[in-house]
Design a protein around this ligand. Structure first.
Ligand SMILES: [Zn+2]
Length: 272
């Protein structure tokens, strides 16, 4: 084996390496959006018949196999997707209806408990996964404030279980006014290497998905600690989080920010 330096090119490119943006109840964060567009996938939350220690059933998100146009028009495609065929409305179901989930790279500031940015500025690269509720909020902010890149957002967590947030555009963008922070942004922007759709759900073929669906019927049994431990790695990534409260999506617009807002050239902000 050759000797390797501690260089980003030797770092593994695994979804388990990523930091996913999550907040505790009442926690505040200051972030800046790095990507021009969010990655979007229709996903189903499919339970696996296993129970967590708290008695709730675990499961995973799977990428919907529905046809893009059909999904945009109807929000379901019973012909092409075994999940859509059996999906039921509501939260506590074996197979959830298809919901849009988005993933985007963000920069997160090191802050104190009150959410104030600490000096010197220190930024971390994180992946933010969210559903239609937050997409709508970001869409509205982009309509009002223009391209959200190069702006800071103040976030406050209002519900931990479903990661409900208040999202406000801050009056100024700290990293744009700080030479050292700009260098950090440039460096972090260069190491965005994770395939974001993989974060949103597992992609499996029709037959495998059909089998998972038939296995999704809840089994009655005691909680199994081993199962809970086994599923915890995926839970860290949010793959196993409870099905969200997001409304059935029908719009086909996946672009962020909204049409009509001026595009920001990140390289220009960073000085080439
Ligand atoms: Zn589907």
């Amino acid at each position: 084996m050759p000797a390797v330096g501690f260089d980003t090119k030797f770092k593994t490119n695994s979804i388990f390496d990523t930091d996913q943006f999550r907040l505790k109840f009442n926690e505040r964060a200051r972030i800046s959006i790095l990507d021009e567009k969010a990655q979007m996938e229709y996903t189903h939350y499919v339970k696996n018949g296993q129970f967590r220690q708290d008695g709730s059933q675990s499961g995973s998100y799977y990428i919907c196999l529905g046809n893009t146009e059909t999904m945009a028009d109807l929000g379901r495609d019973r012909e092409n997707c075994p999940d859509c065929k059996v999906a039921q409305p509501g939260r506590d179901v074996a197979v959830s209806e298809a919901r849009r989930r988005f993933a985007i790279y963000i920069l997160r500031y090191r802050t104190n408990n009150a959410g104030a940015v600490m000096q010197p500025i220190s930024l971390a690269l994180e992946i933010w996964v969210f559903g239609d509720d937050k997409y709508t909020k970001l869409f509205e902010r982009a309509q009002e404030h223009g391209d959200l890149r190069g702006k800071d957002l103040n976030i406050k967590c209002t519900t931990q279980q479903y990661q409900g947030y208040d999202i406000d555009v801050a009056g100024k963008c700290f990293w744009r006014e700080d030479t050292n922070a700009k260098a950090q942004v440039k460096e972090l922007a260069a190491v965005r290497s994770i395939d974001l759709p993989r974060i949103l759900g597992r992609k499996v073929g029709f037959e495998q998905l059909e089998k998972l669906v038939s296995d999704a019927t809840p089994r009655i049994g005691p909680s199994d600690i081993d199962d809970a431990i086994e599923s915890s790695a995926a839970e860290v990534l949010g793959i196993n989080e409870p099905a969200g409260t997001f409304a059935m999506a029908r719009a086909s617009d996946t672009e962020l920010p909204a049409e009509g807002t001026a595009a920001v050239d990140l390289d220009e902000i960073l000085g080439g």
